[in-house]
Design a protein around this ligand. Structure first.
Ligand code: NIG
Ligand code: FE
Length: 395
């Protein structure tokens, strides 16, 4: 018999269509929720209840590059003084710098870095993290990242991990563009599928990155191997990444600072979610994506951190939530769904709504209301975060 537990909460934001519940109780047995409702109707309980101001489904970060090594602090300071991201990248900084840092660490060191980062993310209320490769660039480097990510995905004491092979991020040093693409699509992708090292495939489609046709080749091959696809689209310019995502039935199109009306409509029609990454556009001093246009087209919105050492030097999904409200003008409902129900859908996961029979994967906040979660705390105070009824902080 698994243990029965109770959480008493000033307020529960369940993630369902019904209104949040004030003066609420959540009961459970082991990993599963057995009651969510008001105190008045709660069943008898004789143990010691936990208490929290606010309970929400545990947050889901649907876009991160969390398996990075090293730092890019010098580049950040150059950029803050006016140097341009693309110019730095073309001069050997940017992704190439993170490639070098990754090359310098062995498998176990990378695993330790990633696991520690995921633990810190859990302390921000997050119990599911999508992690991309993409700094390995070579076959060996990408495998190093994917193996560390896969190892983390098997550890129940860490947030749940969704693994993405970012096959087209930058060209590996010493290879021509064509050679790099042949290697990633023709050789590494089949190996990744065979060895079950990823759940999804990603490509960075932009003027200074990869073309729609190059990504199209990758996505066709990936889908034949049964892998889902997602795309970095429209970060610096609109080259048709959203339309590409729609054609392939991608799980999401991410960034989208630059997207046309037709692109937005294509996403909505194909049910592709828009993953908004406000920390990246803030860091790069870019204008927000056209949120009104996305809403108008009824595109489903996700909010994620983009955690990476260059454009989003953070581990904080709550910071992205705060900036989504402050910079993008999202409502609290849009943001909350963007880091729970919509984020789950974008990763092909079951709905995280807190209801009877659902897994107790939830965050206990020392906050009075979900509004406070998206205020600029950066690190809002949490009481605990549970994955399937187990604390990710104390276990
Ligand atoms: O999502 N745009 C490409 N990829 C990352 C940044 C990569 C980097 O600078 O390390 C992004 O912003
Ligand atoms: Fe990214």
């Amino acid at each position: 018999m698994s243990e029965r537990w109770r959480v008493e909460a000033g307020r529960v934001w369940t993630g369902s269509d019904t209104a949040p519940i004030d003066d609420a109780v959540i009961d459970g047995e082991g990993a599963t929720i057995t009651y969510v409702g008001t105190q008045d109707f709660a069943p008898d309980f004789f143990g010691t209840a936990r208490s929290a101001g606010l309970v929400t489904p545990a947050l889901i970060d649907a876009h991160t590059h969390a398996a990075w090594a090293g730092h890019r602090h010098a580049e950040y300071m150059l950029r803050m003084q006016g140097a341009d991201y693309v110019t730095i990248a073309q001069a050997g900084g940017g992704i190439a710098r993170s490639y070098e840092a990754l090359t310098a660490v062995d498998d176990d060191t990378l695993s330790a870095i990633l696991d520690a980062r995921l633990r810190r993310m859990a302390r921000q209320g997050v119990a599911t993290v999508e992690v991309k490769s993409g700094y390995g660039l070579t076959t060996e480097g990408e495998l190093k990242q994917l193996r560390a990510i896969t190892r983390a995905s098997k550890n129940p004491a860490l947030p749940r991990v969704v693994r993405t092979f970012l096959a087209l991020h930058a060209v590996a040093p010493g290879l021509s563009r064509g050679e790099h693409i042949d290697r990633m699509v023709g050789e590494l992708l089949p190996q990744v599928a065979r060895e079950h090292l990823a759940d999804r495939v990603d490509a960075y489609v932009d003027t200074h990155a990869f073309t729609v046709d190059e990504a199209d080749r990758l996505f066709r091959a990936a889908r034949e191997l049964g892998l889902a696809v997602t795309v970095h689209a429209g970060q610096f310019s609109n080259v048709g990444g959203a339309e590409l995502a729609a054609r392939h039935g991608a799980q999401s199109a991410d960034h989208l600072e630059n997207i046309s009306v037709d692109g937005a409509r294509a996403l909505a029609q194909a049910g592709v979610r828009a993953v908004l990454l406000p920390i990246a556009s803030y860091t790069l001093r870019q204008a927000p994506p056209p949120v009104a246009l996305l809403r108008e087209a009824s595109v489903r919105l996700v909010v994620a951190s983009d955690a990476n050492p260059g454009t989003a030097p953070t581990e904080s999904l709550p910071l992205a939530m705060a900036l989504a409200v402050r910079e993008y003008g999202l409502t609290i409902e849009e943001v909350m769904h963007g880091v729970t129900t919509e984020a789950a859908a974008a990763l092909g996961l079951a709905s995280p709504v807190l209801c009877v029979g659902a897994p107790a994967t939830m965050t206990l906040w020392d906050l009075p209301h979900e509004n406070a979660l998206a205020m600029p705390w950066g690190a809002p105070p949490i009481v605990d975060v549970w994955r399937d009824g187990r604390s990710l902080i104390t276990s």
